[in-house]
Design a protein around this ligand. Structure first.
Ligand code: PMP
Length: 399
């Protein structure tokens, strides 16, 4: 009865790892998927995660179901981490938090909520954006459109285009904003630009939906990377925010994250929470506990929290080091081109400006695996491979 089902296309991001695994080229380099690697290009389990797990084994927890909204200690910790110790919204119980299946599942619950309670609302996504955003909203039956974000000419933010598109969006539209370390471009608004974005959102009655997948991992500072959602909260703008602990705690496969609705009164927060729970109940009933215990243990224990900040600083620092090294190598090989975008971009990725044909050349000739949009993950690059990569990029720009 399923003979009419057609093969689904390969996922544009996850498909890169499949192709990488199949390659027999000894020089192969996987810069496709956004997972942190050590200088030896090995996966990394954070020291604080191992320590938290040790304590969890000693505590001999049971495996009972969590409530629909997840582990209470985690929910409390995660909204404080996002909004800061001094958050008025947290203190006044104006944040509805549901622990969900990492960033993706949290976005999906938020999307379902929009579909159900904001009928007809369109979600505006930055152009370009993380590839899965479109899938997530489309699968939840929410229409999406794009707003201008990236300026090819400056390899920077098209603030004027973005503001014009926000102003043209109907009141009540949802605006997806990457909280920090925009994926795939690595181009973030400055503080002044965030203020201008908040002005446009406020004057037009738009609803921001922050996607915070890299808090602490981008700059190495949890505070700095949460600048935008905290600014919006201080200004009294109501918004959604999806959080992920895949990158900053390296808990990719534990699927730990949260969806928050930050609103202006406690009663609305409570009702919103009850409806988000209902959505979760119908999709997966209640979330997994292991990652929630790890995250709550690390965030709530001062010594582990301090060590976590150090480890994030180390991860962000390694990425900054290879960025600088790649930049130096590119400048040496082709001093006539302006490569400063490499060091200006923030987070895990660099948007190289290579077109799909040039990306194909990167893979076929140099065995460098990356997404077709020209994005490379610097988290998958070692110092030893910087020169090889720079050579391949310079060569591919001639194709
Ligand atoms: N949003 C953005 C912008 C991302 O880059 C990612 C991870 N690549 C996610 C959300 C979600 O990842 P996860 O589901 O592992 O938390």
């Amino acid at each position: 009865f399923l003979s009419g089902v057609e093969q689904a296309p390969a996922d544009p991001i996850l498909g890169v790892s499949v192709a990488f695994r199949e390659s027999t080229n000894p020089n192969k380099l996987n810069l496709g998927v956004g997972a942190y690697r050590t200088e030896d290009l090995k996966p990394y389990v954070l020291d604080v995660v191992r320590q938290a797990e040790k304590r969890m084994i000693e505590a001999d927890y049971d495996k009972e179901y969590l409530p629909m909204q997840g582990l209470a200690e985690f929910n409390e910790a995660t909204r404080k981490l996002l909004l800061g110790e001094g958050s008025a919204a947290v203190a006044e119980s104006r944040v509805a938090t549901v622990q969900s299946l990492s960033g993706t599942g949290s976005l999906r619950v938020g999307a379902a909520f929009i579909g159900k309670f904001m009928p007809g609302a369109v979600v505006y996504l930055p152009n370009p954006t993380w590839g899965n955003h479109k899938n997530i909203f489309a699968d939840a039956g929410v229409e999406w459109r794009e707003y201008r974000y990236y300026d090819k000419a400056t390899i920077g933010l098209d603030l004027d285009g973005m503001i014009a598109d926000l102003k043209a969006a109907p009141a009540g539209s949802v605006i997806c904003l990457h909280g920090c370390a925009h994926n795939p471009t690595g181009v973030d608004p400055t503080k002044e630009q965030w203020a201008a974005i908040a002005d446009a959102v406020e004057s037009n009655g738009l609803v921001p939906f922050f996607d915070v997948a890299y808090q602490g991992f981008a700059s190495g500072s949890l505070e700095e990377d949460a600048y935008a959602p905290r600014l919006f909260e201080r200004r009294g703008i109501e918004f959604f925010c999806a959080q992920s602990y895949s990158k900053n705690l390296g808990l990719y496969a534990e699927r730990i994250g949260a969806i928050n609705a930050v609103v202006n009164d406690k009663e609305t927060a409570a009702k919103t929470l009850s409806q988000m729970n209902r959505i979760a109940r119908a999709i997966y009933s209640n979330p997994p506990v292991h990652g929630a215990r790890i995250a709550a243990t690390v965030i709530n224990d001062p010594a582990l929290f301090a060590r976590w900040n150090e480890e994030m600083g180390e991860m962000a620092g390694r990425i900054k080091t290879v960025r600088a090294m790649l930049y130096d190598n590119l400048c040496k090989l082709n001093p006539d081109k302006d490569w400063s975008f490499v060091t200006r971009q923030i987070g895990m990725f660099s948007f190289t400006g290579l077109n799909p044909n040039q990306v194909k050349h990167m893979t076929e000739k140099h065995a460098i695996y990356m997404t077709g949009d020209g994005r490379i993950s610097l988290a998958g690059l070692s110092q030893a491979k910087c020169e090889y990569l720079a050579n391949a990029i310079v060569d591919s720009f001639t194709v």
